[in-house]
Design a binder for this molecule. Structure first.
Ligand SMILES: Nc1ncnc2c1ncn2[C@@H]1O[C@H](COP(=O)(O)OP(=O)(O)O)[C@@H](O)[C@H]1O
Ligand SMILES: [Mg+2]
Length: 227
């Protein structure tokens, strides 16, 4: 089953008054099957973050269609998209964006509070299990400033997965890590992709991170090509 279908996606940014918009994504197509792991590489400025933002429903294309399962994202208004995003999509960025005044445990549970549902026992159990899975149990009651970059990034991955998203989007997730921590994080992403059945889309500069993913594409001249 296809989880994600991008059809003829075009996106430009205005470069200033009187100048024409700069075309960043040019009739781009992409199909992602449920459960796949995909790496997208490409030079700085080629539009990787722009593409991830469109898939993540944080921005809209100028033209083209994005289908997520059976849902056409263009048919949802901003409020519907916000709910959809919170339920279906997890995000990991180059910076971990954990709240420094909260413990790892509290950071991980924060997304479960959205929607006013309150904390359920299932979320608590899942948080414990995932924290254990990524090796953070001994430090889960510490705050981010007392931990390493790799530990914080692993916590950010748990936070991204806590609501059981179908899709995990990672934009340069190892960009701020040393080589060793980068390898650990990339391995973990692929393992969780399989264990949790979460589809994984990773933008990366690192050839070794990209090599761990099931499929590799590179973004050039506004389009994706294999490899
Ligand atoms: N909000 C924006 N307004 C104008 N230009 C933008 C905006 N966001 C990105 N760009 C430009 O679009 C191009 C692609 O950016 P981006 O998607 O961030 O590339 P990448 O992630 O591959 O480095 C860059 O030239 C960038 O400067
Ligand atoms: Mg980028």
């Amino acid at each position: 089953m296809m989880l994600l279908q991008l059809q003829q996606i075009t996106k430009s940014y205005l470069s200033g008054s009187n100048s024409p918009g700069r075309l960043i994504l040019d009739q781009l197509d992409l199909q992602v099957a449920d459960g796949e792991s995909i790496a997208i590489t490409g030079p700085s400025g080629s539009g990787k973050t722009t593409l991830l933002n469109l898939v993540g429903t944080l921005d809209r294309p100028d033209s083209g269609k994005i289908l997520f399962g059976n849902s056409d994202l263009s048919e949802m208004d901003d409020r519907q998209l916000a709910i959809f995003r919170n339920e279906k999509i997890g995000f990991v960025f180059q910076q971990h964006f954990l709240l420094p005044q909260l413990t790892l445990w509290e950071n991980v549970l924060l997304p479960t509070l959205a929607g006013g549902k309150g904390q359920n026992p299932e979320s608590i159990e899942r948080a414990k299990r995932l924290i254990q899975r990524v090796g953070l149990t001994p430090v889960m009651h510490q705050k981010p400033p007392t931990l390493s970059g790799g530990e914080c990034q692993r916590c950010a991955v748990v936070r991204a997965l806590i609501n059981r998203p179908q899709l995990l989007l990672a934009d340069e997730p190892t960009g701020a890590l040393d080589q060793n921590s980068s390898g650990i994080l990339a391995d973990l992403l692929v393992e969780l992709n399989k264990e949790e059945g979460v589809t994984l889309l990773v933008v990366t500069h690192s050839a070794s991170v990209a090599a761990k993913m099931g499929h590799k594409y590179s973004l050039a001249n506004g389009k994706l090509v294999n490899g």
